[in-house]
Design a protein around this ligand. Structure first.
Ligand SMILES: [Zn+2]
Ligand SMILES: [Zn+2]
Length: 574
């Protein structure tokens, strides 16, 4: 074993001990040993064992560990620490600006175990509540994580959406607009992506020289009709090239493999009808309705296009309200009044304020007393801002045993209750199911918030039997949230079709923690489109009067006698 490897082991050992909160005198011994060994002029493996302990900086416990590494190639105590530390926590060592001592607080006090969760906590303004974490640190952590993740090669749709206009415009400038079209996973509106794909109707020989700049992107792969580049920010850019038919190439590179196979089977050797935008001509030639890129996932969608029963997809402009948003009463940044005024400015008809409940102490969850105060303030604001309306809501924690975080009479004081799981997320499916099912059956719950608790690219959700959950929500008139935060997008789009078949009502909710959070609605809509959601089946598309009617019906009597929420959506009005 080389000195550099030995030093690396000591350095990691010292960091992991700090992360575990060990005595800093002990941890310093190993970081100093790492430094000394790194700077030795002799390789320790060449030093005779008798004289090893007299080498500068190699004392008793350090010396024994050096011998262990030289003999076995391992360091048992280091392996133990690695085994007892979540991988995501170890990964945090890559984030510039947070050292092991801060990671200790993040892991042990904030109970955060991955980089994605940490980023989400920054988004929710949650770090600043802990000692040694000011707003500046929080911002630095946020920036450092974004940088780290970009270099890991996977992106949220929202992250690429920010870069897209620039790249698209650049390519169109280089090759003229009619020769360039975005395709692949981005065109399908996938929630996470590894690359951005474009069709470029031009030969490799003409394309490659155009990328010769002062800082050229790295060419990773080349075949006759493909080029794969890596840009400076880590993003991969895949180009489908060649002077071929744009419509055909766009079609062939947009759909999922399942979709393309099924289409090929039904309509072999179709030639696109000319003079149609994008790849529409392919569908015209097949004699079926145009299937938007976002729906080209399954084989079933082709039948719908044939029978002219494709859904009329929900649009961002169909969202009439902000449901599920946090104010500075819990972990949000803005006051309720600021959020309401932003809603008015953006043309929303009403705002549903749903701060955290008391169990969410990390997020300043509301005590019963503060709930009463908040309700008084909302009453005052409603007088002041008429006819705009703020509704009293809460994002109530589903406790470990599936019960709610408040008594029934407190829950009854809200216009609307969103029930969400925020703690003890590591559960078996059995445990998760009984916990969530109990919440769905609760008479005061209106909406199931972010059903699986997943954070894209960083945390798998707890396992749920989706059909059972959806069936239960329908039976108990509980609306299923499509949380629009680009890192959540939970309920996943792939379950929306099933939910719609069962006549469930869904709700695209931004879960905003600041005014900017309202913009996430867009990502909820794009994901919901993939599942074929229409505005009629989306609660946040209800007008103020429709929403009030929905609440009235929900509060009348117990859940069983409430009648089907589903019937509201399909008729438009109660
Ligand atoms: Zn939540
Ligand atoms: Zn929330």
């Amino acid at each position: 074993m080389e000195n550099s490897a030995i030093a690396d082991n000591f350095s990691l050992l010292s960091k992991l001990m700090d992360i575990h909160g060990e005595n800093s005198f002990k941890t310093k011994t190993y970081s100093i040993a790492a430094y000394n060994i790194e700077n030795l002029d002799v390789q320790l493996k060449d030093v005779p064992r008798e004289t090893l302990f007299s080498v500068k900086g190699i004392g008793g416990s350090v010396g024994n560990k050096v011998i262990e590494m030289l003999d076995t190639g391992q360091l048992a105590v280091l392996n133990d620490y690695i085994q007892n530390t979540p991988l995501g926590v170890i990964e945090m060592l890559h984030i510039k600006g947070i050292g092991p001592k801060k990671i200790h607080i993040i892991w042990k006090e904030m109970e955060i175990e991955s980089i994605g969760e940490l980023l989400y906590a920054c988004d929710e303004n949650r770090l600043t509540r802990f000692k040694g974490f000011g707003e500046k640190t929080q911002q630095n952590v946020q920036d450092a994580i974004a940088f780290y993740q970009q270099n890991q090669g996977s992106f949220l749709y929202a992250q690429l959406d920010e870069l897209f206009p620039q790249i698209d415009a650049y390519l169109k400038k280089l090759f003229s607009p009619e020769k360039v079209a975005v395709t692949g996973a981005f065109r399908r509106q996938e929630p996470t992506l590894d690359e951005l794909e474009f069709v470029i109707v031009e030969t490799n020989e003409k394309i490659k020289p155009k990328f010769q700049s002062a800082q050229p992107p790295e060419l990773l792969e080349e075949t006759d009709d493909r080029l794969l580049y890596r840009l400076k920010n880590g993003l991969k850019l895949r180009l489908y090239t060649g002077e071929t038919n744009m419509a055909r190439k766009l079609f062939d590179t947009t759909g999922s493999a399942t979709f393309l196979e099924a289409f090929e089977k039904s309509y072999p050797a179709i030639k696109a009808e000319p003079n149609k935008p994008a790849d529409e001509g392919i569908f015209t030639a097949a004699g079926i309705d145009f299937i938007p890129g976002c729906l080209r996932e399954t084989s079933g969608i082709i039948l719908k296009a044939k029978e002219h029963t494709l859904p009329n997809l929900i649009q961002t402009s169909d969202i009439k309200a902000i449901i599920h948003s946090h104010s500075n009463w819990s972990d949000g940044v803005n006051t309720i009044e600021e959020m309401a005024k932003e809603c008015i400015a953006k043309g929303f008809e009403y705002l549903v304020i749903s701060d955290h409940s008391k169990a969410a102490a990390y997020a300043k969850g509301l005590s019963e007393e503060r709930i009463r105060e908040q309700h008084r303030q909302i009453d005052e604001l409603n007088q002041k801002l008429k006819p705009f309306k703020i509704f009293k809501s809460i994002e109530c924690d589903i406790l470990n045993d599936g019960s709610m975080d408040y008594t029934d009479d407190i829950l009854a004081s809200f216009d609307l209750v969103i029930a969400s799981v925020h703690s003890n997320l590591k559960m078996t499916e059995e445990k998760a199911m009984s916990r969530v099912m109990k919440a769905i059956q609760h008479p005061h719950v209106h909406i199931l918030g972010h059903p699986t608790g997943r954070l894209l690219l960083s945390r798998r959700g707890y396992p749920l039997d989706h059909p059972k959950i959806i069936d239960a929500c329908v039976a108990h008139n509980v609306v299923i949230e499509i949380n629009a935060h680009p890192r959540r997008l939970d309920l996943d789009w792939s379950w929306i079709e099933y939910a719609l078949e069962k006549n469930a009502l869904l709700s695209i909710d931004p879960d905003a923690h600041s005014l900017e959070g309202f913009n996430d609605i867009k990502y909820g809509v794009l994901a919901a489109q993939k599942g074929g959601l229409t505005k009629e089946r989306n609660l946040s598309s209800y007008s103020l009067s429709e929403f009030e009617a929905f609440l009235l019906q929900s509060s009348r009597g117990s859940k069983g006698s409430r009648g089907s929420i589903g019937s509201i959506g399909s008729t438009g009005i109660v």
